[in-house]
Design a protein around this ligand. Structure first.
Ligand code: B12
Ligand code: SF4
Length: 484
């Protein structure tokens, strides 16, 4: 086979076409999944990665092979692009989370479908392509990151992203929460595995600059791996952000190692303040742990917290919004990310609500954690949506920010809180403008400086932290910079 022209596309969610689309949170991270797959292609092939969130997609070209990553909210757009290229005669491959949970729907738009992670199936497909007999469907069975090549970051247009150094050193999570995408994606097979520590460290070393963002669902999920990783990172001069669970930060030792290795902010999935909800969602790892103590531990080590909450679980009534916001403000949390419970297809939550006849919409565009697509148990759908928006408004109003900041002991921490919580909201139009003129990458040194200064004297920085991570969250977008 000669040199092939390959186009790899991350379609933008349908919302991108709306006049209300604000690109800020979509300019954070490059398409790491596609760059990972690109690493398996022969280097001499003509490969392009296009991310529709940050650039426009030309449709007048003639690639031989088109590779599209499908999430739930970009599914309709992904199918549109796939149909277009199939008519042009390209061979179209679809994979990713939504394809995995809805293969029958996606099959109508693809020459080949990929179920689950791509590290085993993609090279198998490429080998079959050599013989011109690829299969219609490839299912991932043999999952491992050992020996996997590093993502082709040279194909990423770094200047278009605020966080070009995103990195993933594991897949999945050791837990099984009913609402999480995880079981739907890994479908009964191995659902938590890591790279070797050496491979992870050498990937980290290859990244320019100082700042890193680990997109792993739960970076502390394997304490042995995490501990060796943090030891290896010590002295590298990195500042980084990640996600972990409440119980993991309460374990003695690991968090200290992470902080010494440069951890500056951690996304924590608190999800709900009601233990009955935690039990119902099988989120046992949050049960009987002291949320307040976890926050204090992080604060004492100078690590900022971005807290994630989900509204609409079966024990939530209409008082949940005010109670949650009041607690978050009282705790002095600088940022919080709120979500409406969303039953992603393939999850245990979806199965349960479906069997109870409570799913009210199959419009994937609405599965963005900002809309109610099911019948809540103790309030109306309208109350849930209104409460969700109110929670954002109330948490980020000046009165709350001032109250949150006054909960801090040190003046430096109070000022930090004000700058941090209030600042990014004020700077929002500036961010939008910088992104629109495609200069977002120019701001990275500034952000690195802010985070670095945070480390030395435990003063916190601002903007970057609010991008959050999200283990345990409904919407793992790592984007509390959400322009709502
Ligand atoms: C980073 C991230 C983002 C970033 C950037 C996305 C990007 N550039 O890739 C931003 C902030 C833009 C984002 C936005 C959103 N996100 Co997001 N995001 C993530 C996150 C945290 C990590 C993704 C990642 O990089 N993983 C690591 C790489 C290596 O893995 P990967 O991308 O999955 O790719 C692998 C496989 O999927 C597979 N694969 C993928 N495509 C293909 C194609 C082929 C042909 C093959 C062979 C294989 C293959 O192979 C790759 C290697 O194994 C995930 C959570 C997660 N753990 O996956 C959520 C997640 C994907 N997001 C989610 C959601 C809901 C959203 C939003 C709707 C949120 C919102 N309210 O706006 C938006 C919509 C975006 C859209 N286009 O529609 C959901 C998706 C649920 C679903 N069932 O589809 C997830 C799972 C979070 C969750 N709910 O738990 N997101
Ligand atoms: S919600 Fe978080 S803790 Fe639960 S399974 Fe998913 S990634 Fe793991």
């Amino acid at each position: 086979m000669g040199v092939m022209k390959v186009k790899m596309i991350l379609p933008a969610l349908t919302e991108a076409k709306s006049p209300f689309f604000r690109p800020i949170k979509y300019s954070l991270f490059p398409p790491l999944g596609l760059a990972t797959l690109a690493a398996y292609l022969p280097p001499e092939w003509d490969i392009e990665i296009v991310d529709e969130h940050v650039e426009s997609l030309r449709l007048d070209d003639k690639p031989d092979l088109v590779v599209i990553q499908v999430y739930i909210t970009n599914a309709y757009r992904a199918y549109e692009i796939a149909d277009h290229y199939r008519v042009q005669g390209a061979y179209v491959c679809l994979g990713g989370l939504h394809v995995t949970s809805q293969p029958d729907e996606a099959a109508q738009h693809a020459d080949t479908l990929f179920i689950g992670p791509g590290e085993d199936t993609w090279p198998q497909f490429l080998a079959d392509l050599q013989t011109w007999f690829p299969q219609k469907v490839y299912r991932s069975h043999n999952r491992s990151l050992v020996g996997a090549p590093q993502p082709r970051r040279d194909l990423i247009k770094r200047h278009l992203y605020l966080v070009p150094n995103s990195i993933v050193v594991s897949r999945g999570c050791p837990h099984r929460c009913d609402f999480c995408y995880k079981e739907a994606f890994f479908q009964g097979g191995k659902s938590f595995y890591t790279q070797s520590v050496d491979a992870a460290l050498s990937e980290i070393e290859s990244l320019p600059g100082k700042h890193l963002y680990f997109l792993d669902d739960h970076l502390f999920g394997n304490p042995h791996f995490a501990s060796s990783l943090f030891e290896g990172m010590r002295g590298m001069g990195r500042v980084w952000q990640a996600a972990a669970t409440v119980n993991s930060v309460l374990q003695p030792g690991l968090l200290e190692k992470a902080a010494h290795a440069g951890l500056r902010s951690l996304f924590l999935g608190f999800e709900t303040l009601d233990p009955k909800n935690l039990r119902a969602q099988h989120k046992y790892q949050n049960l009987n742990w002291d949320y307040n103590a976890a926050i204090k531990r992080l604060r004492d080590l100078g690590v900022m917290v971005n807290a994630s909450f989900v509204f609409g679980m079966d024990h939530d009534n209409e008082s949940v919004f005010e109670r949650t916001v009041a607690w978050a403000v009282e705790q002095g949390l600088e940022t919080a990310t709120f979500h409406i419970l969303t039953p992603y297809p393939g999850t245990a939550l979806h199965q349960r609500l479906d069997s109870q006849g409570r799913i009210t919409s199959q419009n994937w565009d609405l599965y963005d954690t900002r809309h109610t697509v099911f019948k809540p148990a103790k309030m109306s759908a309208e109350t849930l949506e209104a409460g969700y928006w109110r929670a954002y408004r109330d948490f980020y109003r000046w009165g709350s920010i001032l109250k949150g900041s006054s909960s801090k002991e040190l003046w430096s921490q109070r000022l930090r809180h004000l700058a941090y919580s209030g600042g990014w909201k004020k700077f929002e139009p500036l961010w939008d403008w910088v992104i629109r003129i495609k200069r977002v990458g120019n701001l990275i040194p500034l952000l690195e400086t802010i985070l670095s200064s945070t480390s030395a004297n435990q003063k916190s920085g601002m903007i970057l932290h609010s991008m959050g991570g999200s283990t345990g969250s409904q919407e793992r977008t790592r984007a509390a910079l959400d322009p709502r």
